[in-house]
Structure formats: structure tokens, C-alpha cells
Ligand binder design. Structure first.
Ligand code: FES
Length: 104
């Protein structure tokens, strides 16, 4: 079952930006690539760094702690094929960005 949670207003995350947001008990990294929103689990798969506070360069987010890099469109780690950061479906409604965190 989808469970859509509003995490930000559209203007909170302009093109080229990454922000950290909260969806109930989940930390979400929200990125805006050329007007398209993408959401990853905000807790880095390496050692739990805050991905949403990382630098976004094109479609690549760099974790601020030790520099692991992920493609924000699918969560794929840029160097290790075996590491993929979980993603969340995203939609925009009435100026709000929502993510589907699914069932618990
Ligand atoms: S915690 Fe993200 S790179 Fe180490």
C-alpha cells in the first residue's frame, strides 16, 4: 500500500539543490535535477552519513562524510555495483513534494 507523506514545499528544493527531510520516522534525501525530484533514503549506506546534506552535481549526490557517490535517479553507487541506496517514489501535488514510504 502506498503511503504518501508530504516532506517539503517545491520551493524548498530548487533545481540543483539537495535537502534533508523527514517522512514520519524516515530520513529522506530530496534532490532536484533540472526540475525533476528524486528521493533516496537519507542515511548513507556506508556509515550513516546525511546524504541530503551532500553536494549534488548533475544526477550525482556526494555524501558529506566520506565521499560515497550515488546516482539519485536509481540509488546506484557510482563505483560499487553491489551498493544501491534505497529510493522513494516522488510526486508533486499543490506545491508540495510527497514521497511514498510504503508499508512498515
Ligand atoms: S557515511 Fe556516507 S560516505 Fe561514509
Amino acid at each position: 500500500m502506498p503511503r504518501w507523506i508530504s516532506i517539503a514545499r517545491v520551493e524548498d528544493c530548487p533545481p540543483g539543490a539537495a535537502i534533508e527531510a523527514v517522512a514520519e520516522d524516515r530520513i529522506v534525501a530530496l534532490m532536484n535535477v533540472d526540475g525533476q525530484f528524486h528521493a533516496l533514503d537519507g542515511v548513507c549506506s556506508h556509515q550513516g552519513g546525511p546524504l541530503g546534506k551532500g553536494a549534488l552535481n548533475g544526477k550525482i549526490i556526494t555524501c558529506p562524510w566520506h565521499g560515497w557517490q550515488y546516482n539519485v535517479t536509481d540509488g546506484q553507487h557510482c563505483l560499487s555495483a553491489s551498493v544501491r541506496q534505497p529510493t522513494f517514489p516522488v510526486k508533486v501535488e499543490e506545491g508540495q513534494v510527497l514521497v511514498d514510504i510504503g508499508d512498515e
